[in-house]
Ligand binder design. Sequence first.
Ligand code: ZN
Ligand code: ZN
Length: 409
Amino acid sequence: MTEQEFDELLSKYADVVVRIGLNLRKGQRLILRGILDDAPLMRKVTESAYKAGAIYVEPIYTDERITRIRFEHADPESLTEVPNWMLTRYEEYYERMDAELAIQSSDPELLTGINPELIAKSRKATAQKFEPLRKYENTTNWCVVATASPAWARKVFPTVPAKEAVEKLWAEIFASCRIYEPDPVAAWQAHVEKLKKYRDYLNAQKFSALHYRSPNTDLTIGLPEKHLWQGAQAEFKNGITGIPNLPTEEVFTTPHKDKVDGVVSSTMPLNYGGVLIEDFNLTFENGRIVKVTAKKGEETLKKLIETDENAARLGECALVPNSSPISQRKILFYNTLFDENASCHIAIGNSYRDTIIGGEDMTEEEFAAAGGNKSLVHTDFMIGSDQLDIDGIKADGSRVAVFRAGEWQ
Ligand code: ZN
Ligand code: ZN
């Protein structure tokens, strides 16, 4: 790939992000979050956003090395320190219904070797500080995308030279995001129509539970009576329809927080805040995780589940066929945005309000009574494979094959 070819692809990618992902409207402000390595995409997105009529674009950069330096050298007691203005800045953006883009290209090994207790402590303090922002969920058009940062590329392609690894990862991102298509925007529109079809089918079935079976999994996920399947597009409260994740291949809803039983086994490692958790099994009783085992990262996983009262319950179950373009690439991305679109997954923690009918207008008590889960965390992990069967169970006990050998039936 020449520099000029790359530049053109990056421009197309930025256009898809702004026009399809965010669906940015004239007169909106845009907040961009990323790491230093994301700068080239940040600039392209800024250009595309101003061309689309943005009135102000604000980039917010994180220096990942500085994040690590803090864990290595700061007084452990000070790791709960979070400035107030970080909260008020976001409040201002959400109150004004501005657009928000987050770029996820972090180093999967960023915090390797750091005491998990310190990471959990710091993350919890940040989550608590930002808790007031929960009421703005889906208020504004938001989107999450990625760039091929050198540290991430090194993790995905450890055996190839650094420069080549970055190029290879970019090629994966462009392919997964349909950027090589002659008209990427039109390709996305067609893809969204297909996902809507599955979503509408599941909503029409009104299953009361899903039964997952594979060699190490036998899990029944009860669904709230008023559960709603979502997929591809989201309608935000500011009236804009966009695509919150690029790429996206999933349709998802919320499990009933008290009705998950059985054992589930992860099929891909989970990168949680720079720590890899591998080969883990979770056992559920009445919605709660009662047993955790992991070959790697068990301590971090246990800490995650102990974050708060409901971090031991589920907040999402998502269906992705094994034949999805990302799954077909047969690469472990060590990045949830990509890996979750390669495979069926579930998430520990918070439920999305829009996965229960009327959920966005419910009080916390009403949402919990309807089966929704409230937690400071929402962490996805992969359970899909070409050996996964899923049955939908209706209220009368009858069963419908939804997935066989990892594919839609
Ligand atoms: Zn998901
Ligand atoms: Zn999720």
